[in-house]
Design a protein around this ligand. Structure first.
Ligand SMILES: [Zn+2]
Length: 925
């Protein structure tokens, strides 16, 4: 079948796009490496690694495998001294104990007695020819003071980010190595009065010397000296009876020793220290402590019970589902201001972004659900990821999918009023599609040659598409088989590691189905099927029947097997059909006894189906007119997603889409749908309409949004959602004047109190709109902020709001220095302001931002490169921006395929809107 629409999903269509952008042919060859691959990983295909445990920057798969075969039973003691001043380095001592088994490596490497065995026979040490012991540590030459092996001072050398210790120093069997060092700050997130570790995926060795790979787990015992007025929280409980005075401690410092943990992968080693407040509660006989820095006591009181209850509910649910009691010694969590992620699942020391848990009174239903979800997600990781860990980061998606999949199940009982099937759909499908429809789409399962690239594997495909695929699997094999399989998988691999192929083999053994083809298509192929609805036969007198078939948008003939719920809607009836769609087209007959020709066929009525659903023209028109009447709500929500995808794929103009939004949204009562549709307005308005069309629609759009803000018939959370859209989109004089009055306090909305964060957003928006008096208001706002963390963020971001071109450019230029990028959420907020369409964007900063992205991938945390690109490219549709991207790709052939994919994901709308065949939207109709 020929493609009729410009879907960009493969190397082939990459080429098409790039040719349209005028890129040289050489780029096409480079980008062909971005093509999806079914090649699982390096595992199993490498036979020579035992002879060559490849030493390069980062942990290569070969090095990891070599160490896995020669080392076991790891234990760590880390003693660290955190000084009172930020500028003074943290000093430490690490002791590693392990079993060394060089014979395993030799025998496996050669299959015959190794050279070492010959020397053994001749009475020489067997160790002298062995590969050295490799410990990972960045900047060892500068920061490592001494190495003692089994009590004797040892020579050592460094290579890239590794310390090499001669094998001759080691004993076969038990060994103990002690290293004195200065800790690197790169993974310690140090501020004046607090710090926290964030080691995922391979950043532990940026700060500490250790074996930094997930399948060599080790127990860890922390001893931490810190200023006496600081709290210290680690993976395990403080041994108060064993408080010791460490040699490393300074004056006014307390040294605390902590219990030895269960075996953990290095990316879960964690501590936080600093000025935190403690809140302790006991629920179901489990004591939990929350550490936080919120100074507004009312806000803490308004949130605290819910935060603890959600954790307790998640723990109880997981213990029941897995039939395994909580597998770690204690359960505490720390709320970090401006944390890089929503949360991070360190056992005993979960870190959260403070604002995700401490909600304002104006929180939307989405924020309330998102809080429950992130708590359930991190708690689920205690079993999925922490107790059983992926063998290598190529399977990192398995821990994320189970965390999200379980989170969706856990959150349900706490919110009986929410339609959870719809919630699953709105939380997963739109984000997954936003990547899977692009030329940079990646498969769920990706190969990984070195842990230093592990960060590039993360994204919406792991977090949003994978849980959808897991739901498909659960539907296929049944929830009981899945749960039974997961229980077995957790029990068999407790405190160890496992792979996705192991789990699939286990599930396969429990069902008569062959999961292989399903697994290959859904886990190891990038992109999504296109499911096409056409009308067959029919006419005025003879009503239509429908034909539903799937095609591969890439033209590669791939088939994604799945079940579909099709909703056939006529003037008089709604009929649900269930089909299993494989390679063959399926015919859907007309509803019996209904001769109406005005039928809509909606192919994804359960909300779980996953594809680019291409509607026939009559169904599309039908949805545009009658979408509000579709029941149940999950089918209506999925229909909104389908309409939006029609816009994305160039089959529906944004003007027509917005016309339907303006008409239908005021009548919509489902808050999940309201939030979802509101979430499409910014792109529709700023990227898909020209200035004339925007001018025409802005008045009616603002009027509709404000009516709903003031509606007394709606809940506060729904009104807050409309308010946020209004604040983001108001551009008319009436709208801007209202924003000024709201900030000045001259206008209030009954029942919708605005928090400090709301006020900061308001004043920032006024500055971006270049409203007179903005500098004065920004000064006043700064004076009003009492919380030191929020004030620091405000001051950092403020130059991005300046009316001075020089001040804004100087802020951007400062980001070239990695130290100035260390607080990533602040940097991203500033970048979004710099590129805000409210001020016309900053096209001259696009190329410099792209030029930094490779360095950012090396120095930043895992989500930073993609978010940096989103902030830079996600708010413009200008031809100039598209040309800059084309030029950048042409001039940077060395760009890694995974980073090139991230760029194509972030620039998707921009690139599509600037390809010559794309329909240009001129005005709303
Ligand atoms: Zn996670």
């Amino acid at each position: 079948m020929q493609q009729r629409h410009g879907k960009l999903a493969t190397s082939q269509s990459n080429s098409t796009t790039l040719m349209r952008l005028g890129l040289p042919v050489v780029m096409l060859a480079i980008l062909s490496h971005c093509a999806p691959t079914a090649d699982k990983s390096l595992s199993g295909s490498q036979s020579s690694f035992l002879d060559d445990p490849r030493l390069e920057r980062g942990v290569s798969w070969q090095l990891a495998e070599h160490r896995k075969r020669t080392l076991s039973a790891l234990e760590y003691d880390f003693a660290l001294s955190i000084p009172n001043e930020l500028s003074v380095p943290i000093r430490g001592e690490a002791t590693l104990r392990f079993q060394y088994n060089p014979q395993t490596s030799r025998a496996l490497a050669t299959g015959v007695p190794a050279k070492g065995d010959e020397t053994q026979q001749s009475g020489k040490s067997p160790h002298s020819i062995e590969f050295p012991l490799v410990i990972d540590f960045v900047d060892a030459a500068k920061r490592l003071d001494s190495v003692f092996v089994n009590g004797a001072k040892s020579t050592w050398s460094s290579s890239e980010d590794h310390v090499l210790i001669p094998a001759a120093m080691l004993e076969e069997g038990g060994n103990s190595i002690t290293l004195a060092f200065e800790a690197g700050d790169a993974a310690l997130n140090r501020s004046d009065d607090f710090l926290y570790t964030l080691f995922v995926p391979d950043r532990a060795h940026f700060s500490l010397p250790l074996i930094d790979q997930p399948n060599l787990k080790g127990s860890v015992a922390w001893t931490i000296s810190a200023p006496s007025d600081w709290q210290v929280v680690t993976n395990s409980s403080e041994l108060s009876a064993l408080v010791v005075k460490s040699e490393l401690a300074q004056e006014n410092q307390t040294t605390r020793a902590f219990a030895r943990t269960e075996p953990l992968p290095s990316y879960l080693f964690a501590f936080a220290a600093g000025k935190f407040q403690r809140e302790t509660k006991t629920i179901n006989d489990r004591e939990m402590t929350m550490y936080h820095r919120e100074t507004d006591r009312d806000k803490v009181d308004a949130n605290i019970d819910e935060i603890f209850d959600l954790h307790a509910q998640a723990l109880a649910w997981l213990e029941d589902y897995t039939a395994i009691p909580y597998p770690f010694e204690k359960f505490d969590f720390v709320l970090i201001p401006s944390f890089q992620y929503g949360g991070m699942e360190h056992p005993g020391n979960i870190l959260y972004r403070e604002a995700s848990l401490m909600l304002d009174a104006t929180a939307t239903q989405n924020q309330i659900l998102a809080r429950a979800s992130v708590i359930a997600h991190e708690t689920a990781h205690m079993w999925f990821g922490d107790l059983v860990t992926m063998n290598w980061f190529d399977d990192v998606w398995t821990k994320e999918v189970f965390a999200n999949f379980m989170a969706a199940k856990i959150v349900n009982p706490a919110f009986p009023e929410v339609d959870h099937e719809l919630r699953f759909h709105t939380a997963h499908h739109p984000s997954a599609y936003a990547v899977d429809r692009t030329a940079g789409a990646n498969a769920i399962g990706q190969s990984l040659e070195n842990l230093r690239y592990a960060g590039t594997l993360y994204g919406a495909i792991i977090y949003q598409k994978a849980p959808i695929v897991m739901r498909h699997l659960e539907n296929l094999i049944g929830p009981n088989v899945l749960r039974e399989g997961l229980r077995e998988y957790l029990e068999d691999n407790a405190y160890g590691n496992a792979t996705w192929p192991q789990l699939i083999a286990l599930l396969d053994s429990k069902t008569a189905l062959n999961l292989d083809a399903w697994n290959k298509a859904w886990v190891y192929e990038a992109g999504r099927p296109r499911i096409v609805v056409t009308r067959d036969g029919g006419g005025e007198l003879s009503p239509a029947q429908f034909v539903v078939r799937q095609e591969d948008p890439a033209g590669m003939g791939r088939i994604w097997p799945q079940k579909l719920s099709l909703l056939a809607i006529t003037n008089n009836s709604q009929t649900m059909h269930s089909i299993e769609l494989g390679a063959d087209a399926m015919v859907i007959p007309k509803p019996a006894g209904d001769a109406s020709a005005a039928m809509i066929l909606l192919p994804n009525a359960s909300g779980i189906e996953y594809a680019d659903f291409m509607l026939d023209p009559q169904s599309q028109t039908g949805l545009l007119h009658d979408i509000g009447s579709i029941e149940p709500a999950v089918a209506r929500g999925a229909a909104w997603t389908t309409l939006w995808e029609e816009v994305q794929e160039g089959r529906l103009g944004a003007g027509l889409y917005l016309e339907t939004v303006l008409r239908e949204l005021p009548a919509e009562q489902n808050e999940l749908i309201i939030n979802r549709v509101l979430g499409t307005l910014g792109e529709s308005y700023w990227l898909r309409l020209d200035s004339r069309a925007r001018l025409a629609v802005s008045g009616p759009l603002e009027a509709m949004l404000w009516r709903e803000v003031e509606s007394t018939l709606r809940d506060t959370s729904a009104r807050a959602a409309f308010y946020r859209s209004y604040r983001a989109l108001a551009t008319t004089d009436t709208g801007v004047e209202r924003l000024i009055r709201l900030w000045e306090g001259d206008e209030k909305v009954a029942g919708l109190p605005l928090s400090e964060a709301d006020m900061v957003s308001l004043v920032s928006g006024l500055a971006l709109r270049r409203v007179d008096g903005s500098e004065r208001r920004l000064d006043e706002q700064e004076a009003r902020i009492k919380n030191t963390d929020r004030l620091a963020r405000y001051r950092f971001v403020r130059p991005s709001l300046s009316d001075s071109d020089e001040a804004r450019d100087a802020l951007f230029t400062s980001f070239a220095n990695a130290d100035n990028r260390s607080n990533e959420p602040w940097v991203l907020e500033a970048m979004r302001n710099l590129q805000s369409p409210l001020r016309g964007g900053a096209p001259h900063l696009i190329l410099p931002a792209l030029n930094l992205v490779e360095e950012i991938q090396e120095t930043g945390d895992i989500f930073f490169p993609g978010r940096w690109l989103d902030a830079t490219l996600g708010q413009t549709s200008s031809k100039r921006a598209a040309e800059i991207i084309g030029g950048y790709l042409a001039n940077n052939p060395q760009l890694s395929p995974r980073l090139a994919n991230k760029l194509l994901q972030s620039a998707d709308v921009l690139l599509r809107l600037n390809t010559e065949n794309y329909p240009v939207e001129s005005s709303p109709q």
